[in-house]
Design a protein around this ligand. Sequence first.
Ligand code: PGA
Length: 249
Amino acid sequence: MKHLIFAANWKMHHGPTAAAAFMEGFLAGYRPAQEREVWFFPPAVSLATVRGRLEGQPGLALGVQNVHWEMKGAFTGEISVALARDAGATHVLVGHSERRHVFGETDEETGRKVRAALGGGLTPVLCVGEKLEEREAGDTVAVVERQLAVLGDLDADSMARVVIAYEPVWAIGTGKNATPDDAGSVHEAIRSFLAGMGRARRAAVLYGGSVKPDNARELVTHPEVDGVLVGGASLDAGHWLEIAHAGTD
Ligand code: PGA
């Protein structure tokens, strides 16, 4: 059976009060399964709340939505890898399209964050994906390869620890998802590019962008898709349970 990852990106939603209520609903309905992991990326202020609910639960993990590349210092508003680890995080989203396109994060900064995460013991989920005009110009693979090139100077062991999330920007929060075959062909291109950079083990590649309870099953059963990264539909415990159980019945 294929190993699947279901990652919930809550973005700027669910403070500690809402996070506690969400976790109560989620844990009441969750059926753990071998070969399935569920990762939560709450806002930083809710890490302690979610951590408290996840402790001792196999297959569930906690992450942060962003980190700074420095380990400490005068960086008001930022969180380091060490601080995230201390708060219980084991994973981190890096280069989410909102970081790139709303906050102007560059490929170079994204690369520094990946290296900081790996150096400090967090699993980075490197998000890549093209904008609509790039897709229409036929540049999808070139854009994704440029975003992946930041991994170029990693050694093989480090490279093997990076998880990729392919999230076409035009599909995020728009209700338009890539078809499983569209996603699958980009996932294949991502894997072959990484193999060309020396990645020995098959890379885990998640799909993200308007994943909902009604399309999750067809996405996660596609052979090229190793899981999903979900924003909007991960905010409701009932919807998130449907997605995290997709394909089990
Ligand atoms: P969405 O967001 O599921 O709301 O489209 C996905 C993401 O941004 O990770």
